[in-house]
Design a protein around this ligand. Structure first.
Ligand code: ATP
Ligand code: MG
Length: 607
């Protein structure tokens, strides 16, 4: 393409809407335009990038034996009612855009496609002979995200590849999952990204396993914990570790002490000259279930540790049935206003003991009358511990479970693993922390959807049993931006060659110089002829502007037909390193072919 004939508009200034470098650069370089909150138009350069990523995804999915299809974006509410997700998705979480058609029928705009694919499987898969199967699509998804941000990273309309596998048994499902795991490795490697596969939280879906593929970048919304030996990596939401050793309590006798102005663990340690590991901390949460019922939760945990709210939420989902609910729609530390609503008398905040009396609660139709008391595993082994006294300005010391306090019957693991903790698989390894952008998520779903929608098949013994499923997503548009977040400099984007919109750009410094123009024209058509995707900057602009633009846009290789064409030479520049050399015009094609091959193959090598 000739730039003079393209929609090519670059901006000097950072757009006000953008916070992170990749978002700023993609807007400045003319790749995309914001149309509304979380909604972006993909302009021609970006569309080429997205198609290249899609093609890599397609090749690897096909190689893994999956088949491409295209499912419907309009999804009848009945399917979602069958799976039990309509209410949560449209009301409680509100992530699904829902609408009513002119006949009064309710529909949702597909945020994901488990319901649709499972309906198809129910209708079409009859026998074990048809298994295994894996279907995928690359399509626009719609999600009414609470906080759309960072451009393509968290959009309300975005491109996803989603695949769904169907197997006869658990072993088959695991094999399908393994194939997808390997395909995802290949995809990210071929796209030229530095990434890590990590253990992930599978939330309410449960299932036996899930992993996320994280592209490592400081702007990532997720925290990854990993060990140097490469044997452990997990999203912090899911991560496990060994807690630091417990220090023996210096308190021998149970007593209540005056501890003025010690509402925090740090202030209490300072005052009592004790270790935070000897303190029992009691943290108050308020959970709301999908039936509108709220419950006040008191979590007792070791003073030096924090609660992992994702783990806590998973535990609370398991207990939903006790309160007539099935899903959690809110989990908060109750604010002062929330406390005003339910507190029958002031709470001794900062001085709460595990036996805080239930008469602090003013029960109602939507609020359980008793605290739900949970204790983290690490707090069970405490002896002679320090904790609140339910009276401001006072703590008790030398306390013991089974003596002064009754040990809650619900013992759970809700401790948050943190960088610096020792690893479970090898205590000599300590957890390190990195930021990541979640690009893909693969799940073993089991029979969650097949049972709900009645998708069964007849096995070899002639019995009708539910299909075992897996689901596998990649954020194609998020991946494009993540690649930029991982690779840019002060002058602009540095695309990995495999997904760059064009591989080369020929710049004519002076379009009024006919020698420069004709040399450029020859090189431009020659490169395109041999399959190197090449742009020609033939605009009537100053050379400096053109160089700046080519750097901003991030085309990997630049050819300049400057003064040296008199000696039959051109200047070539590598975008990533800015290395410059003069080469003879005849060498351009073979050298570029070699560079591009090398760059693409570098990504194919196993790390
Ligand atoms: P997140 O935790 O980031 O919201 P998710 O767990 O909701 O992601 P999935 O439902 O597993 O994501 O979707 C599969 C992939 O789709 C994700 O790994 C991510 O790459 C991409 N994705 C999800 N939500 C968005 C979004 N709002 N904008 C762009 N890409 C997204
Ligand atoms: Mg999400």
């Amino acid at each position: 393409m000739r730039l003079s004939q393209m929609l090519f508009v670059t901006l000097r200034e950072d757009p006000a809407e953008a916070e992170i470098p990749s978002h700023k650069l993609l807007v400045r370089a003319g790749y995309m335009r914001r149309i509304g909150s979380g909604v972006y138009a993909y302009l021609p350069f970006l569309w080429r990038v997205l198609q290249k990523i899609s093609q890599i995804v397609r090749e690897e999915m096909n190689a893994a034996g999956a088949q491409e299809c295209l499912l419907t974006q309009l999804q009848p509410s009945e399917l979602w009612k069958e799976s039990g997700r309509w209410e949560t998705y449209t009301k409680a979480e509100g992530i699904m855009f829902a609408l009513t058609d002119r006949q009064g029928r309710e529909l949702g705009l597909g945020p994901t496609h488990e319901e649709v694919i499972t309906t198809i499987a129910r209708d079409m898969i009859r026998s074990y002979r048809q298994l295994p199967l894996n279907l995928y699509q690359i399509q626009t998804k719609f999600r009414d995200e609470i906080r759309p941000r960072f451009g393509l990273m968290r959009g309300r309309e975005f491109i996803m590849k989603d695949a769904y596998s169907f197997d006869a048994d658990e072993a088959g499902m695991k094999e399908s999952y393994r194939k997808m795991h390997d395909a995802y490795h290949n995809i990210l490697r071929r796209c030229g990204l530095a990434f890590r596969a990590v253990d992930a939280d599978s939330g309410a879906i449960g299932g036996s396993g899930s992993q996320e593929f994280m592209v490592l970048a400081d702007a990532g919304e997720d925290e990854v914990l990993y060990t140097e030996d490469g044997k452990y990596a997990a999203n912090v939401e899911k991560a496990i570790s060994l807690p630091p050793d417990l220090e023996k309590s210096s308190f021998k006798k149970y007593e209540k002490l005056d501890t003025p102005n010690t509402p925090t663990i740090a202030s209490l340690c300072e005052f009592l000259k004790c270790s935070a590991t000897q303190i029992l901390k009691n943290v108050l949460y308020q959970v709301t279930y999908d039936n509108g019922m709220s419950v006040l939760v008191l979590v007792s945990i070791r003073g030096d540790q924090d609660v992992n709210e994702v783990k806590l939420q998973n535990e609370l989902v398991k207990l939903a049935g006790n309160y007539g609910g099935s899903a959690v729609i809110g989990l908060t530390v109750p604010s002062a206003e929330a406390q005003q609503e339910w507190a029958a008398k002031p709470l001794p905040l900062g001085y709460i003991a595990p036996d805080l009396s239930d008469d602090h609660i003013k029960p109602s139709k939507t609020l359980a009358p008793k605290f739900l008391r949970l204790v983290d595993k690490t707090a069970v082994e405490l002896e002679n511990f320090v904790t609140g006294s339910n009276e401001s300005g006072h703590h008790v010391v030398g306390a013991n479970w089974g003596k002064e306090f009754e040990l809650p019957s619900l013992i759970i693991d809700v401790r948050k693993a943190t960088a610096g903790d020792r690893a479970v698989h090898d205590p000599s390894q300590t957890l390190q922390s990195a930021r990541g952008i979640e690009i893909g998520h693969i799940f073993q779903l089991g029979t969650r959807y097949s049972v709900a929608l009645g998708a069964t098949y007849t096995n070899e013994q002639g019995e009708e049993v539910p299909l075992l499923m897996g689901c596998y997503g990649i954020g194609v548009s998020r991946l494009a931006q993540a690649a930029v977040e991982q690779s840019y400099d002060k002058d602009g984007i540095i695309w990995p060659v495999a997904i760059a919109p064009y591989q080369a750009i020929v710049v004519i410094p002076n379009v009024n110089d006919t020698d420069q123009v004709s040399a450029a024209e020859v090189i431009y058509s020659e490169l395109n002829r041999v399959g190197i995707e090449t742009l020609l900057d033939d605009r009537d602009e100053r050379a400096g502007v053109k160089f700046k633009d080519s750097e901003l846009v991030g085309i990997p290789y630049r050819i300049v037909t400057g003064r040296s064409i008199q000696q039959g030479k051109v200047e070539v520049v590598k975008r990533a390193t800015k290395e410059t050399e003069e080469i003879s015009i005849h060498e351009v094609v073979p050298i570029f072919k070699r560079w591009i091959d090398e760059a693409m193959n570098a990504n194919n090598v196993n790390p």
